[in-house]
Structure formats: C-alpha cells, structure tokens
Design a protein around this ligand. Sequence first.
Ligand code: CS2
Length: 482
Amino acid sequence: MAAEQQELRRSISERPGTGIVHLGLGAFFRAFGAVYIEDAVRVSGGDWGIVGVSLQSPGTRDRLAPQDYVYSTVTQGADGSETFRRVEILQDVLVAPEDPEAVLARMADPSIRIVTLTVTEKGYCHDPATGTLNVSHPDIVHDLNNPLPRSAPGFLVRALQRRRAAGHPPFTVLTCDNLPENGRLVRGVVLDFARRVDSGLAGWIEAEGRFPSTMVDRITPATKPEDIQRLAQKTGVRDAAPVLCEPFRQWVVEDDFVPAYGAGARPDLAAAGVELVADVTPYEHMKLRMLNGTHSSLAYLGYLAGHETIADTVADPVFAAFVKMLWEQEIIPSFQAPDGVDLSDYAEALFERYSNPAIRHRTWQIAMDGSQKLPQRILGTIADNLSAGRQSPGLVLAVAAWMRYVGGTDERGQPIEVKDPLAERLRNLSESAPTPDEKVAALLSVREIFSSGLAAQLAVPVGRSYELLCRVGARRAAEEIL
Ligand code: CS2
C-alpha cells in the first residue's frame, strides 16, 4: 500500500569526501563499481565518495535526487530469493548536457583522483574495427572546437587540460566498459584528442596519466517500471531507482594508478574482493569472448527464434547445446587462459548464470549496438581461428543472425526495433541489396566493423549461414550446425 511505504534514506550520517567522478551512470555501474567502492571504503576508509555524471538524460538524477542519491541493489538468486542492499556511496549526480561546466569543474577539482567510466562501447567515439578515435564523429567534431564538451573523450581531455593548467596531477582514468584492452583503448582515444588540442598537453598526459585496463562482470538487466512497483510492495520502502543484478560479480583491475597520489591513488580495492593484477588482457579475452561473445550470439539467434530473454533461450535444448558447442569448439581453443583458470569450469559457471530464471535479461537489450560489439566479442575469435586453420561455424551463424536482425524484420515478418548507432545505414544496405548474397556482401563492406581481409574470408561462409537462416529459421539453423 502506497500510504504505508517509507522513503529511502541514508543510514550513515557521516559521508566520505568525494574522490571519484563517474561518467555514464547506468544500472551496471550502480550494481557493480559503486558496490565494490563502497565495500572498500567500509573496510579501509578513505574519501572515495562518488559523483555520478549522466552524459545524456536527466532521468537517473531525477529519480535519485529526491532520495539523496541512495538506492538499492536487488540481487536475484536462481532459487527466487532477492537480497536487498542499500548503496550510499553516491554523493551527487550531474547531468552533462544541462551544465557541462559543472561537470568539468568537478573533474578538475584536485580532490578527484579517479574518473571511472561506463559509457558503453559507442561512448568512446572510436572506430570499433581499429580502436582509434573517430575524428568525424559529430560529438568529437563539436568537442574539438568547443571548450564545453559533449563526449566522454572530450570531458576527459578538457578536464585534464584544466588540471594541468592549475598545476594538479591528472586523475586515473578507470574504464569499466566491455572493450578489449579497455585502458589502452581509452588512453589512445584521449591522447589522439589531446594532440589535436595541444601537443604539450598530450605529452603531459602520456607521461603522468594512467589508464589501467579492467575486466568487469556482473549481469544487470534493465529495471522496468513494474519492478519498481513490485519491490516497493515487497519491502514497504519506495525506491525509484533500484538496480537488479545476479549474485555473481568479478572485477579484475591493473594496479597502475597515478603515482603522484602515492597510497591515496585508489581505494583499497583488494579489501573489497577486486583482483589487482599486472596485466588484465587474458581475463579480458576470457570474459569478452566467452561471456559477451555467447551473449551476443544467443541474443541475435534467440531473438529471431522468438525468445525474450537469455534464460528463455538457454532453456531451449537446441540453444543450450549450441552455446556449449561454441565454448568448447570455437571459443576456448582461440585464446590463452589466465593463469590458474580452468576454462571448462568457467563455461559451466556461465551456463548456470545464463540459466538463472530470475534474471530477465532481454535478448533485445543485449542485441543493441551490435556494430560496436561484434568485433571484440565475435570477430576476433573467428579471425584467430581462421589464422590457426580452424572453422567457426557457430560464430559465423551468429554473424549471419546479426545481419538478419539489423535487416529489421523478424522471422514472423514483424518489424524489429534495431538500436545501433549505424542502424539506418545497416538497414539501407540490407534493403537495397536484392539477393541474400548481396545483402551479406553489403554488410561485410562496413569497414568500421569488418576489416577487408576478414570480410573476404567471411563472404562465403556467412553467405551460406545467412541463406540457411532465411530458409529454416534460427532454431533449425542452430540445430543443423550442431
Ligand atoms: C551484455 C553485457 O548487454 C550486453 O551486451 O552482454 O552487458 C553483459 O551482461 C555484461 O558484460 C556481464 O558482465
């Protein structure tokens, strides 16, 4: 009953000072990085309160501000249990398009020692096939010519520029997005941008700045309005911005923070269960290829086959066998496991996580932004297999399913709401090509996604899979590959 519901409030009156600005305040960071950082502060203290920044819309701020930026995470177990946790580490939320100056001022403040990011793949304004800054991106064109930015790279560089001018050390840039060697990628994008602004600034960032790579993992499906209602009724406390998540979480971080801050360069992440390592690459490969690669494969095939969520998709024995085949035969052979990790155990654990019926992670949600995701999730694996003389029929089918998906019509002739920065172009390419083979060739010609070498090697196998998909549908096609 609404009348009996209480307001969500801070339980601790003493707050830590602010040490982190986070760009891109979506559900994932609130269920993940914020929780780890709060745990680290609980164990070891430190002024690591977080100021969140929404780069696009005010929705999250508008929901969080009336509850003093406190929110709950709801961990959903496979047995139907729900564990609630109140997260109080967020101190403020700024909305960049409303007041970019306020965001820059915070980022330039010397109390801020880390800027974390979850801006999604497309937020780096890079070319996914090469990992370099896309200088014709409209936001980058804008940001190179204006002191008040719109894009994540723009905010990073302009804030670093202010810090240098004021004589403060840079902040550590800690990216938490699912990109390969994400720290090196954001460093490259930032340096490229900075060089176009001021070569002295670029040299300073290169020498003094730090961009550790990270591997992040926690499945966090989008919260729906009915979840908010249901949880309020269940707990008697109204939270306008709860985040749902699975029990599992893993954060692996390269221990390389701005040295000028000494021991104050980062929270005590190890105390919160973060694995601090010298090189995160093997963990990133494992996670991007084994989790995100199969997530995307299941998202396109599952969506086409009429499945709403990943759990529904793997409850279908065909797709359960298909994803296990992907792991065993195509993905695990493609890379070196991190020391001490058994990849078959990892795959088994992933299957359990996908099967969690409480996690309603929509195939449509994961299918979003495929043009930005395919290279690191699927194409790298296919390319490595090709160089080793191995075929990847399952992953090739997933690429064909992505092509079918971005064509915009599902197997029952219903329109698909394709969300992708290249959506219009992809659809036009698909629609204007008359035959299935020509559609495949047209989509393979998108150089932001497929290098010319890989496109040439994929033309025949993807063409065959695409034809199979159109003829028998996603489920039967997956069955035939098996
Ligand atoms: C998913 C990821 O939406 C997607 O594309 O594959 O967000 C996935 O849930 C996370 O990376 C899990 O750590």
